[in-house]
Ligand binder design. Sequence first.
Ligand SMILES: O=c1ccn([C@@H]2O[C@H](COP(=O)(O)O)[C@@H](O)[C@H]2O)c(=O)[nH]1
Length: 236
Amino acid sequence: MQPAKIAPRDRLIVALDLPSVAAAEAMIEKLGDSVTFYKIGYQLAYAGGLPLAKQLASRGKKVFVDLKLHDIGNTVARGVESIASLGATFLTVHAYPQTMKAAVEARAGSGLKILAVTVLTSYDDSDLHAAGYRLNVSDLVEARARQAQALGVDGLVSSPEEAAALRGIVGHQMHLVTPGIRPAGSATGDQKRIMTPARAIAAGADYLVVGRPVMEAADPGAAAEAIQTEIAQALA
Ligand SMILES: O=c1ccn([C@@H]2O[C@H](COP(=O)(O)O)[C@@H](O)[C@H]2O)c(=O)[nH]1
């Protein structure tokens, strides 16, 4: 299968990790044409952000709803149906077989694509072991990727550190969406498995998710535009 044809500017997904719809609207205004793809996660979704997802989609932006669903299959399926009605492009679920199966079945016939979160980018091997797992990060990411692919999941969320290995496993059949992106010199925060935008693209990531390096920048529009330039140069 050929690599997915993705417009270079759609490869940057900016996380609207903000406390209110008003703050998100103000940020979207500042970012203007620098950003075509937005992510709405816990903070904004729980502050009334899901109707904004629908509005953004109707205004021609792409939307990633990052709710990382994980529940009994029936509940996951009903949640997926609700999110599909918003016109979002991506929705995350945790990479557990029952959850992924329910989500894939429930998104059928909609434009929504399901992404499986393999291992959170704030985890390293010691965090996994503390959580009771015997596998290290790379082995668990790869095992979950194989399960996700077998279940018909559309894409994977992982650190860019695993992107090259994942390409070797899933080829170009699945979208690789990578948080843990840090432009050179920016603060790591709680992320443990990180790469620069250029290195993530070179490693094979399709989409780069960036939150604080844009949200907390003195000039968010300039920060987003700098990442877009780095992505374009890495693709050239
Ligand atoms: O493994 C994961 C899955 C999701 N995320 C989300 O991506 C952004 C990253 O934000 P930064 O501020 O750039 O660290 C955030 O919304 C996370 O919930 C992730 O980081 N890792």
